[in-house]
Structures are given as structure tokens and as C-alpha cells.
Design a protein around this ligand. Structure first.
Ligand code: FES
Length: 378
């Protein structure tokens, strides 16, 4: 039996509502089928229970968490409970007045997302006109003396802009820049063929990042993680299933990772029906891939299994049809060729305009249509 550690990181996905339509969003593609959201009191109860279980960091995300009018009250409660609170936002809906209230409520940290350094690409990828607004929000965050933390999701369409993105961040006096290559879950997985970069693009981007790192030193820390499809060892997803991460979906479903609901045959518990203690300690969903008892070969006898935990269960399922398989990103996986083929396909030269046309935006209409097409074919 694996030892059960506290859920240090509570992620409250307050809502799936979002004014943006990002093509790489990790929210479930069928999100529109479930519009239920916990009430203010229910979220506060979740935060209290998780704190008792040992949670120390509290993230507010979504969708766009600013869509919730009670965000300030939730931040205040998180602060009162002693959490380190973090707002993960596109900035849309953030006014100076709200930000002042959040600061007074005790918000510790804001992570602002941009889609690109150019207005054209930023607005294209989110299917909105939000570039100028985000610029204003960045200045507001700085004015209120928050550490400036910028997140830009990278892929085929903006990797070549990485130098300009870093310069934009420097102009904004960003202290921490997260250049996060797209994770292929949710809408990102749906658009994978259109988003996956070429190996050459990645190498060039990495070289550029390294050159800027030397230039800026400690003034701006730049995180650049190569997408795992291009690696031959898997990422330690969620630092291990049921180990430190506890996600709560808008409707109160408790999740060991963002994409867990894509896995078949697991009933995920809901905070409206069970205590968080029971969920974390006793539910089948959180115990299922905890520790290493569930592992098959090659993970079972792998000397690195306590480092990478066999990779990502959701990726193993998405790419091999079995969540107990080693993540096929791993070079030791008998399914590694699946990933290699996907990467090879991305190397083919393609007309950028064609790829752009094939992108599926995250929207309620697309979500409903995709759900309907799955229902018909299943
Ligand atoms: Fe589910 Fe990695 S996203 S285990």
C-alpha cells in the first residue's frame, strides 16, 4: 500500500465559463454539457476541508475565474485559512477596482496569460480582441506591486516568436516568464496535428531562450519546458497520481489531474456527496494509480519509476488505449513508436494557412457538436 501524503496543491477550477476560445485549452472538450458550479459556501467548505488535510497552496483557475463574482470573497477565505493564493487568469474581466479588492483580500500571486507577442496572433489564437486589454492588465498588476508572472503557451504558430515574446516580457518588467509548450489534453489534443511544432522550431526556440537567459540573468527567470512528445523519458505527471495535487472541477468533482475524466471505468467522487478526507484517503479514483502497485512492465522494474511514476496516465490512455501502460513518451515503452510517428508527421512541411483553418476553437457550440458526434458514434 502506498503511503498517503497530504494534497499540498488545491486547484479550484471555479467555472468553465471563459470569454476566450483558445485552441490549446486543457478543459474537457465536452465541458458545455456540464454548467453546474459549486456555490460560494460550497467552495469555502472545500477550501476549509482541504486545508485540514494539509493543502498549502490554492490556485483559482477555470475557464476564467474572474467570471465568478464571488472570487474576491473566495480569495479572502483562502487567505484567512492560511493558503498561499494564486490567480491563474487571462486578465479578461480584471478591473483596477477588482484588483485592489483582491489585494486587500490577501491575494498573493497572479499568473497572467498571453497567447503571443503580436496582437494578430494573440487575437487569432484566442479568437478575441484581447491583446491591448492584456497589456493594460499587465500594467495594472505591476502598479499594485505584484510579482509579474507571465505565461505563454507555445506551439507551432508562435515558437518562432519566442525572442519577441521574451522582449515583450522584459518591457513589461516580468520577473518570471513561463514559456509552456502545449500539453496535449482537451482542446490541445483535439488540435494536436495543427499545434505540434517541428523539431527544428523547438531547437531554434531553445537556443534563443538560452541566449536571453544569459542576457537577463536573475532579472527575469525564464522557464522553457520542451514538450514531452520530443523527449524519451516521461514527465512525472502531477508528481504522481494522488500524491500532491487535488483538483476540484466547477461542479465539485474531485480530480487527481486535469484530464482524469477522460479515463474510462473510474467514478470520480464529488465534494457535494463525500468529505474531502474520504475522497483523498479512501476513494477508488484517488487510489487507483497511487504508488506503484498498479504498474505493469516496463515501469514495474524500472529504476526510474519513483522519479517519473510511469509518466502520465491520461496520455497512456489517449495514445495506447490503456491507462496502466507506461506513458508512450518513454523510450522503454513498447508503444513509443506511436509518439515518434506523431512527431514525424509534424515535420512535414505544410501551408500555415491550411493548418490555421483546421483549428477547432474552444466554444460552447463546438463543445456541444463534439459531444453529439461522440454520442452518435458510440
Ligand atoms: Fe492525468 Fe497526467 S494528465 S495523469
Amino acid at each position: 500500500m502506498a503511503a498517503i501524503t497530504p494534497p499540498l496543491w488545491l486547484l479550484a477550477e471555479l467555472t468553465y465559463q471563459c470569454p476566450l476560445h483558445c485552441v490549446f485549452c486543457y478543459n474537457p472538450v465536452d465541458y458545455a454539457a456540464n454548467r453546474q458550479e459549486l456555490s460560494t459556501e460550497q467552495w469555502m467548505d472545500v477550501m476549509q476541508q482541504a486545508r485540514k488535510l494539509g493543502a498549502a497552496q490554492l490556485g483559482f483557475s477555470g475557464g476564467e475565474p474572474l467570471q465568478r463574482k464571488d472570487l474576491e470573497a473566495l480569495i479572502a477565505e483562502g487567505h484567512r485559512l492560511g493558503y498561499y493564493t494564486n490567480l491563474i487568469t487571462s486578465g479578461v474581466g480584471l478591473t483596477e477596482e477588482r484588483l485592489v479588492h483582491m489585494k486587500e483580500a490577501g491575494l498573493d500571486h497572479i499568473q497572467l496569460s498571453f497567447q503571443d507577442s503580436t496582437r494578430e496572433m494573440n487575437d487569432f489564437l484566442s479568437s478575441t480582441k484581447t491583446f491591448d486589454l492584456k497589456m493594460r492588465v499587465a500594467k495594472m498588476i505591476k502598479r499594485l506591486d505584484y510579482p509579474m508572472v507571465l505565461n505563454v503557451v507555445l506551439h507551432r504558430h508562435n515558437l518562432d516568436h519566442v525572442g519577441r515574446i521574451i522582449e515583450m516580457a522584459a518591457e513589461m518588467q516580468v520577473e518570471f516568464l513561463e514559456l509552456a509548450n502545449t500539453q496535449y489534453y482537451g482542446w490541445g489534443l483535439l488540435n494536436r496535428a495543427q499545434l505540434l511544432p517541428t523539431r527544428e522550431q523547438l531547437q531554434r526556440a531553445e537556443e534563443t531562450v538560452n541566449a536571453y537567459r544569459q542576457q537577463f540573468g536573475h532579472a527575469m527567470r525564464i522557464l522553457f519546458v520542451v514538450p514531452d512528445y520530443f523527449e524519451d523519458r516521461p514527465k512525472a505527471c502531477m508528481n504522481g497520481w494522488g500524491s500532491v495535487f487535488l483538483g476540484i472541477a466547477p461542479d465539485g468533482t474531485a480530480l487527481p489531474c486535469h484530464a482524469a475524466r477522460t479515463l474510462p471505468g473510474i467514478e470520480f467522487p464529488n465534494v457535494t456527496e463525500q468529505s474531502l478526507h474520504d475522497i483523498w484517503h479512501h476513494s477508488d479514483a484517488f487510489s487507483r494509480y497511487r504508488g506503484d502497485d498498479w504498474m505493469a512492465e516496463p515501469c514495474r522494474s524500472c529504476p526510474e519509476k519513483h522519479k517519473d511514476f510511469g509518466g502520465c496516465r491520461c496520455q497512456a490512455y489517449a495514445l495506447t488505449g490503456d491507462a496502466t501502460n507506461a506513458d508512450p513518451v518513454c523510450g522503454k515503452s513498447p508503444h513509443h513508436d506511436v509518439v515518434q510517428k506523431i512527431v514525424q508527421q509534424a515535420q512535414r512541411p505544410r501551408v500555415r494557412a491550411d493548418i490555421k483553418q483546421e483549428l477547432v476553437y474552444r466554444s460552447d457550440a463546438n463543445s456541444r457538436a463534439l459531444r453529439a458526434s461522440v454520442d452518435i458514434s458510440s
